[in-house]
Ligand binder design. Sequence first.
Ligand code: SF4
Length: 64
Amino acid sequence: MRISVDRDGCIGSGQCALTAPELFGQDDMGIVHVLPSGADGTDDPLVHEAQRACPVQAITVAED
Ligand code: SF4
């Protein structure tokens, strides 16, 4: 699965990083970024949990 994030849409709630801390991090402003472990794709099922947890649908997951 390929992860992409909408940094402009992210409101920094942190739900993704709480749900899947191996995949998502936040900068000093709380804005999301995909961590190296998820940057080249992932098979971690938590990515779906994080996607569902995001209150503004800023996370997109594309199936390989
Ligand atoms: S859950 Fe959504 S709004 Fe919250 S930090 Fe993650 S991407 Fe941003």
